[in-house]
Design a protein around this ligand. Structure first.
Ligand code: 4NP
Length: 160
């Protein structure tokens, strides 16, 4: 079978809390899977461009064994829509912003991260203005959704 590479872009508002956490968790999930998956993250706004992930995200993530090494905030660019197979948003506002800038032919690639789960929770909420518990909850949701996304990718690749 050909070595298929699937690519995933995680998107939130600032690209310093949720989407870099999703990137770190998903990189860890696929580490020993033998799958070729390219993973990146970006934000719909550029206020924190070049900054590392938020210290609070790093603190709760590192306790669970995830690495944030080398991650740097960047804004979503138009080429992302062609480049990535899955463009995975944390909340409905992210989806709206993405669809506003996404060329028509790539709109089917944009989805909500929680849609890869059977949970009633539909969004990974913005933890930026809250406390530590909010960051832990974000990570709980990301870990759950990462399993669902990986299962979806594995199922789609078995059809290739
Ligand atoms: P994120 O959180 O979208 O999960 O990275 C935020 C980070 C920064 C801001 C808002 C949300 N901000 O307004 O600066």
């Amino acid at each position: 079978m050909a070595n298929v590479v699937t690519s995933v872009l995680f998107v939130c508002l600032g690209n310093i809390c949720r989407s870099p956490s999703a990137e770190a968790v998903f990189k860890d999930k696929i580490k020993n899977s033998g799958l070729s998956i390219e993973i990146d993250s970006a934000g719909t706004m550029g206020y924190h461009t070049g900054a590392p992930p938020d210290q609070r995200s790093q603190a709760v993530g590192e306790i669970r064994g995830y690495s944030f090494k080398g991650l740097k905030c960047r804004k979503v660019v138009i080429d992302d829509f062609e480049k990535f197979d899955y463009i995975v948003a944390m909340d409905n506002q992210n989806v709206s912003h993405l669809l506003e800038m996404c060329p028509e032919e790539f709109k089917h690639k944009v989805s909500l991260f929680m849609s890869f789960t059977t949970s009633d929770v539909q969004e990974v909420p913005d933890p930026y203005y809250g406390g530590k518990r909010g960051f832990e909850y974000v990570l709980d949701l990301i870990e759950l959704a990462a399993d669902g996304l990986l299962a979806t990718i594995v199922a789609s690749r078995s059809k290739v």
